[in-house]
Each structure stands twice: as C-alpha cells, then as structure tokens.
Design a protein around this ligand. Structure first.
Ligand code: F3S
Length: 415
C-alpha cells in the first residue's frame, strides 16, 4: 500500500507507539483486502465495551490485556472532525436485577465510558447509532462496527462503510483514516442478485423476513430489491439487520429508495441480470416458519427493540401495553439507546410500559447479556436467530402485536 509521508511517519512512531500500531492494523488489513491507499474517514461507530460474558472462557490475563488496550486507546483524542460514536455493550448501567449484570463489570464499563467520552467518543452504546444522532450523509466515508448498522448506513443513507471490528474502528477513530477497498469504491457497489418482491410487506417484521431470505441467497453479495414500496425507518432497520444475520451483506439496493439506485438499472450499473429470484407471500411465510420450531408454548421472555427501538416503536409498545399486565414469569424487555429512553421518560412512555410490567433496557439487549431464557418471543429476526446460538434458547419470531399478546398471556398465542 502506498502511504503518504505523514502516514508513513506515524507508522514509524512519530506520534507514539499506539498510533503506530493503529496504522499497522489498517495497513495490514488493507494489504490483505487489496487496498492501495488509506483515505480520510469522517465518521466511526466503534466497539469499546467491556467484553463481559462475550469472552466467557477467556483467561484473566487475556481480559486484562484487552482492557489495557481499550484504556490505552482512550488516552488519545479521536481524529479532528471525525464523528465517533460507541457500539452497544454487553451489560447495562440500568439497575436491573439479573445476575448477568455483574456490578464489577458495570464499574469497569462506567470507567471505560468516561475515558471514551474524554477521548472524544460519544458514548451512545447502541447498535442503531443513526437513531441517536449519528446520521452520515450520502457518500460520507465511515468506519462502523455492528453489521446491521453497516447495512443501514450503506443502503438507506448512501454512506460508505465496510464491516469493521474493534481494532480497525478504534484505529479509524484515532487516525481519521481507513483502507480503501470494498464498498468504499464505486465499482464494488454494483448489485449482484436481483430479488423481485411481490409479497405484501405490511409490518416491519415482514421486512425482516425479506432480509432474512435475501441474506441467505446473497451471502457476501449485494442484493437488489425491486417491486417493493419504500420502507419506513423502522422497516428499513429490520431489513438491514436481517440481511446481516443470515448473510454477510454489507450493502443492498432498494430500487427507487437507495440514494444511488433510483432505478433497477442504476442498482446494477446498467447490467441487470436476466434472472431474478421471486419473493412472494409463500416465501415470506416460510421465513417465519423457519424461526418457529419450538417444543412448547410457554414463554419466559419477550424481547422488543432489536435493533434498538426508535421512539416511534416505543410509543407503539406503550400503546399496546397500556392498561395491561405482562404475565408472571415473563420478562418483557424493550431494548434501546439511553438517548431514546430519555425521550421515552420525558414523554411518559416509560411509565406506561413499567406499569404493565415491562422494562426498558439501555446500552445492550438480553442476547448480548446472555440472560439464559428457555423460550423467547421477539419481533426481530436478528434477535430470534442469534438468541438460539448465543443463549441456546428456543425463539419465536412474530409481529409486534402478537409478541405483546403472548407476553400478556405467558404463552405463544399464534399470529
Ligand atoms: Fe442490537 Fe442486541 Fe439486536 S445489540 S442489533 S438489540 S442483538
């Protein structure tokens, strides 16, 4: 990779050992991916949280080294002009009575959050930074962690980010640089799979079903959706999360919606494939059926807000819960960012939800926290998919209204 003299100097240690390491990370990654240069990056969403149960079997030495590295990163300022936010955590600073929210880890989390804020990171602790202020504009070069947010930034906002991990996003935040490869380049943003949508997408979870289907088909490719209407923000959130759950999608095009894809032809750079894959009502139903194989009807958790809920979703949850009571033995969690919960508190939604026995969980989600449930119901395809592996529970995917009805009944009532 060709470096400028300034980049080379940092690599040679002109700004200290840690920043030299950051350049080395980006150069080594870029070399592997075929990048020819490092380019300016204006916006990052970095993963800085305390690893907690994510590193279940890690030794104390490994954890200490990891924490020492994160703390050292926070001894530096984020690059000038770079808008840097922080990804969701594995614990919450809310006072929740589950043993997975270990006080020692909460203290470490708070220490790290303060250090990150001093370094210039905005400690949003969310998987949906675009709901709490980090909204890059079309063409803005970003370095984002969180696969669902990466797809959202590329597909809905028209920003440009490859999929980042902890080290690369920290390096990008401190240097304001990223290796130029993948979807940062025009030629790599051309659609690869044409999906013709005829299904009736009436609920945001239906859009999750579309993404779950397309992710399996596209793998690492770029699906192009044609024939569907414009999704709302919450529908787009579900679509993008599911695309990155069943597949490794970084970017998709919705013809007529994605900023650079006003037409099907534009999405394929004027090279539309002859074949298309249909997504009809039967295919839609099959996605639900795939995440409903359960051995009983009782549920012990209802998880709403994956990715983290918008204020509009919280208003809807509050409306559905108003005057009702969640069944004994069922935890109803609404996952969101602290900033959004602040709005919900001010608007009275939190009170309505808590009076019904629900709880708003900030910074994280039950799957990230590894709360060991037996059977959960959720409206998010991502949560339904990952909870099966990460907490080894059974999961039921359902639309919001059905989730809430089941949480009140304490068992899966069907659609
Ligand atoms: Fe966010 Fe947890 Fe879903 S971190 S994307 S709510 S799995």
């Amino acid at each position: 990779m060709e470096l400028t003299s300034e980049q080379q100097a940092i690599l040679d240690g002109a700004k200290g050992e840690y920043l030299a390491k950051c350049v080395r990370w980006l150069v080594q990654w870029g070399d592997v991916m075929g990048a020819e240069r490092l380019i300016k990056c204006d916006n990052t969403h970095a993963l800085l949280p305390v690893p907690n149960l994510m590193a279940r079997n890690a030794s104390k030495d490994t954890m200490d080294l990891y924490m020492a590295d994160l703390k050292e990163a926070c001894q530096h300022r984020t690059a000038e002009g770079c808008y840097c936010t922080v990804h969701a955590a594995f614990i919450t600073t809310e006072d929740v009575d589950v043993p997975e929210n270990d006080p020692e880890q909460v203290a470490m989390h708070n220490e790290l959050a303060d250090l990150a804020a001093d370094a210039g990171f905005i400690p949003t602790f969310t998987c949906a930074p675009y709901l709490v202020g980090n909204v890059p504009v079309k063409g803005e070069v970003c370095a984002w962690t969180e696969s669902s947010a990466v797809v959202y930034a590329n597909t809905i906002l028209g920003a440009r980010t490859t999929r980042h991990g902890t080290e690369s996003a920290i390096a990008a935040s401190l240097l304001g640089l990223v290796p130029e490869f993948g979807v940062l380049l025009d030629e790599n943003r051309k659609g690869t799979v044409h999906i013709e949508v005829s299904a009736d997408l009436t609920h945001s979870t239906d859009w999750g079903a579309l993404g779950y289907f397309a992710g399996k088909i596209a793998g690492l490719g770029i699906p192009v959706f044609n024939g569907c209407r414009r999704p709302s923000q919450d529908e787009a959130k579900q679509l993008c999360a599911a695309l990155a759950t069943s597949g490794g999608v970084t970017l998709a095009h919705i013809a007529g919606v994605t900023p650079e894809a006003p037409t099907l032809e534009a999405a394929f750079h004027d090279d539309v494939p002859e074949e298309s894959i249909p997504f009809d009502n039967d295919t839609l139903q099959a996605q639900y059926d795939a995440l409903r194989n359960i051995t009983g009807d009782e549920i012990d958790a209802c998880v709403l807000g994956c990715p983290h809920a918008s204020i509009r979703e919280i208003a809807e949850f509050a409306h559905l819960l108003n005057g009702k009571k969640v069944a004994d033995g069922v935890d109803l969690w609404i996952d969101t960012a602290k900033g959004t919960k602040g709005n919900a508190d001010a608007m009275g939604y939190t009170r309505t939800i808590e009076e019904a026995g629900g709880r708003i969980l900030t910074d994280t989600c039950p799957t990230n926290m590894r709360i060991p449930y037996k059977r959960i119901i959720t409206h998010g395809f991502k949560q339904a998919h990952y909870s099966r592996g990460m907490i080894e529970c059974e999961s039921i995917i359902a639309k919001t209204e059905a989730c809430v009805r089941s949480a009140i009944a304490g068992r899966w009532l069907g659609d």
